[in-house]
Design a protein around this ligand. Structure first.
Ligand SMILES: [Fe+2]
Length: 307
């Protein structure tokens, strides 16, 4: 297990970003690129790192209660090791109280299978409470049956055979270690995913669905798109978890090279950002699809310790 420092900007005030390695190999649908990309692929693509953040919550009781979440985003049908044992062993080693999936578990392209992404959900939910909110890929299956056929129905049927809780603008709640926890799974409308331009996301898109996060519970918002920080902060969940940017493909600290909506050098492609006692965590993701390489931007499994 190797250990190295997180990128600049994650350290200092607020959360600590610690990165440690594991040897889980990904079996990608894109086994590699040729020529110069091959080296980077082999160096950066084959492993899933653990990114750990320590979050301080005022919701924590006087008994020093704590919670640990594993956050998986943008796995995109990734399978780590034979029978996915690499992923399972890595998650198991973290001993999470719950596993949160932030969307894009599958790849929405005609003819692509759903089974690898569903298999991960099923395996995880056999061992841990799993709460799964959709990303734009799951959402696309639902929006465009003329393109994807019955894929969305097959996704839901597959999920119904697991113990996972799938959230489409729905709230799940549970109690653990003295916390009452609310998980908000946000299904953002398609116009807010538009490429090349970005409109404002009114906070009512959240409050109309979820109400206002209460004071007597630890609230976690699963919001796949990280680009609406101001709205998420106004909504006021204790923790907001996003992904979607895949770390911006090439990492420059917490900036990337390009975002899925074709913004160049987007900021805050991954990391943990604290404001007024609430946190936004953006995962660099556990996989990729159309652009099958990463540079200075490892895949990461995010682990959150809330105390
Ligand atoms: Fe996405």
């Amino acid at each position: 297990m190797e250990r190295s420092g997180g990128p600049p900007g994650e350290r200092g005030a607020g959360p600590s970003g610690q990165l440690s390695g594991c040897g889980a190999e990904k079996l990608s649908e894109n086994p590699g690129l040729v020529c110069i990309f091959d080296l980077q692929y082999n160096q950066n693509m084959g492993k899933l790192k653990v990114r750990r953040y320590d979050l301080k919550s005022r919701k924590c009781g006087p008994q020093g209660n704590n919670l640990r979440f594993v956050f998986i985003s943008d796995l995109h049908n990734g399978v780590y090791g034979p029978d996915n044992r690499g992923l399972m062993e890595l998650v198991r080693s973290q001993e999470p109280d719950a596993v949160l999936i932030g969307g894009d578990q599958i790849v929405a392209k005609p003819g692509y299978p759903l089974e690898p992404g569903l298999m991960s959900v099923k395996m995880l939910a056999e061992e841990f409470p799993v709460y799964y909110a959709c990303g734009n890929h799951e959402y696309r299956l639902k929006l465009y049956p003329e393109v994807y056929g019955d894929a969305y129905d097959r996704l839901r049927e597959g999920l119904a055979k697991t113990k996972a809780v799938y959230l489409e603008n729905q709230t799940a709640s549970f109690r653990k270690n003295g916390f009452r926890v609310l998980i908000y799974g946000f299904e953002m409308k398609k116009e807010y995913y538009e490429r090349f331009s970005r409109r404002e996301l009114p906070v009512t898109e959240l409050t109309d669905v979820f109400g206002t996060p209460p004071e007597d519970a630890l609230s976690v918002l699963l919001a796949h798109h990280p680009g609406y920080a101001d709205t998420y902060e106004r909504f006021g969940a204790d923790i907001t978890l996003s992904g979607h940017y895949h770390g911006g493909v090439v990492g420059f600290g917490t900036r990337g090279l390009v975002s899925p909506d074709f913004r160049l050098f987007p900021k805050n492609c991954h990391g943990c950002f604290e404001k007024n006692g609430t946190y936004r965590i953006i995962s660099a993701g556990c996989g990729e699809h159309t652009v099958p390489f990463r540079i200075h931007n490892p895949r990461e499994l995010v682990v959150l310790d809330v105390t």
